[in-house]
Design a protein around this ligand. Structure first.
Ligand SMILES: C[S@@+](CC[C@H](N)C(=O)[O-])C[C@H]1O[C@@H](n2cnc3c(N)ncnc32)[C@H](O)[C@@H]1O
Length: 325
C-alpha cells in the first residue's frame, strides 16, 4: 500500500485546481468535470470528480486520515450536497471499508453536459458512469451523427452512443458484454427523453458479435471503438488479444463500415504515441481508414506528458483512394 508521507495543504491544492477550472464552472451548461487531477496537481494517486452537486474522491494513496480536511476544502469552493470517497482496491480493504460517505446522503446524481443529462452512481467500485475526459468526443458525436447508423462498441452506460442519438443518428446499437448495463443505458436515454428499444442493445462478447454481424452483411455509417486499456482474452477470439487490441478490432470494424463512414478510435494506453496508433489503424484497415480529426481531454485533465492524455482519432473510410489504388 502506498503511504502518504508528507502533509498536504488540501485547501491550497483545491483552491489552485478550482481556479484552473474556471472556464468549466463558469459555463452554466456544464456541471460535471474533474475537480482535481492529483498526478499533476500535488497529490499523486488522488482524483476528484464533480457530478452536479456531488463529488467523488478516488484515492490510490492512503489519505483516509486527511479526508475530513479534504471535505472541508471542497465545501469551501462549492456547496456540494454529497461527498463520497473511494479507496482503490490496491489498498487491500473491502469495498465497504474503503467507501466513505463524507458529507450528505444519497448515491445517485443527475449531471448535465451541454444539452445532455447523465445519471451516475456514486458508490460503484469503478467509474460512476460517465468518463469526463470524453466530453469533446461526445460533442463531436452530437455534431457528426445525423442520419447515420451508429455502432457503439464497449458501450458501458451508453454516453457516447446517446450523444450520437441526440445528434439525430438514424439508429444507434450499443454493444457490451455486461447485462447490468442495459438498465443504465435505458435510464440515460429516458433522462433525455430519447426513445430506446431493446434492439438498441446487444449484450455479449464483441469477438462473438462482430464476426456474426459481418457474416450477416450488417453495415454502419459510424463506429465508436473504445476498448478498455487491457482487453481480456475472450474464448471467442481466434487470436491472442493484446492491449486495446486495435489491430484485430479495426479489421472487423472496417468490414462493417459503409463507404464514407467514420470510426472513432479512443486510445487509453501510454505505450503508444498518437502517430503509432493512427499508423496501426491505417495498416489494420488495409489503408482504407485515414485519420481526419484528433480530440483529447479538457483543461480538467492537466498532463505535462502529451502521451498520458486521452487521445481520440476520427478515421474516415477513404473509399475513393482505395478504388483508385
Ligand atoms: C472503459 S468501458 C467503455 C467506456 C464507454 N465507451 C464510455 O464512454 O462510457 C469498457 C466497457 O467494455 C466492456 N467490455 C469489456 N470487454 C468486452 C468484450 N470482450 N465484449 C464486449 N464488451 C466488453 C465492459 O463491460 C465495459 O462496459
Amino acid at each position: 500500500m502506498e503511504q502518504n508521507t508528507r502533509a498536504v495543504d488540501w485547501q491550497a491544492l483545491i483552491n489552485a485546481a478550482w481556479e484552473k477550472r474556471k472556464p468549466l464552472w463558469q459555463d452554466a451548461s456544464i456541471d460535471c468535470f474533474r475537480v482535481f487531477h492529483g498526478y499533476e496537481e500535488g497529490s499523486k494517486g488522488t482524483v476528484i470528480e464533480k457530478f452536479n452537486d456531488a463529488a467523488v474522491i478516488d484515492y490510490k494513496t492512503d489519505i483516509r486520515e486527511e479526508l475530513a480536511d479534504l471535505t472541508q476544502a471542497l465545501l469551501n469552493v462549492f456547496p456540494f450536497k454529497i461527498i463520497v470517497a473511494k479507496g482503490h482496491q490496491s489498498l487491500g480493504l473491502s469495498l465497504k471499508e474503503r467507501t466513505h460517505k463524507l458529507h450528505g446522503n444519497g448515491d445517485v446524481a443527475i449531471c448535465h453536459e451541454h444539452d445532455l443529462k447523465f445519471k451516475v452512481k456514486l458508490d460503484t467500485p469503478h467509474n460512476p458512469g460517465l468518463y469526463l475526459d470524453a466530453r469533446d468526443t461526445r460533442n463531436w458525436l452530437i455534431e457528426n451523427s445525423a442520419d447515420r447508423k451508429v455502432l457503439n462498441l464497449f458501450a458501458f452506460t451508453g454516453s457516447l452512443g446517446l450523444s450520437s442519438a441526440y445528434g439525430k443518428a438514424s439508429e444507434v446499437i450499443h454493444l457490451d458484454r455486461s447485462k447490468a448495463l442495459l438498465p443504465r443505458i435505458e435510464e440515460n436515454y429516458q433522462a433525455n427523453g430519447i426513445a430506446f428499444e431493446s434492439r438498441n442493445f446487444l449484450r455479449g462478447d464483441i469477438y462473438k458479435h462482430l464476426p456474426r454481424a459481418i457474416k450477416a452483411g450488417k453495415k454502419f455509417d459510424g463506429i465508436i471503438l473504445d476498448p478498455p486499456p487491457k482487453v481480456y482474452q475472450s474464448r471467442y477470439a481466434k487470436h491472442k488479444t493484446s492491449g486495446q487490441d486495435f489491430s484485430a478490432l479495426i479489421q472487423y470494424c472496417t468490414q462493417l463500415l459503409n463507404p464514407g463512414g467514420w470510426i472513432v478510435g479512443m486510445l487509453h494506453r501510454f505505450d503508444y504515441s498518437w502517430d503509432n496508433f493512427e499508423n496501426q489503424v491505417k495498416k489494420a484497415s488495409g489503408q482504407r481508414l485515414l485519420p481526419q480529426t484528433r480530440l483529447t481531454s479538457g483543461v480538467d485533465f492537466p498532463e505535462s506528458m502529451a502521451d498520458k492524455k486521452l487521445r481520440v482519432s476520427i478515421f474516415v473510410a477513404d473509399d475513393k483512394a482505395a478504388v483508385e489504388k
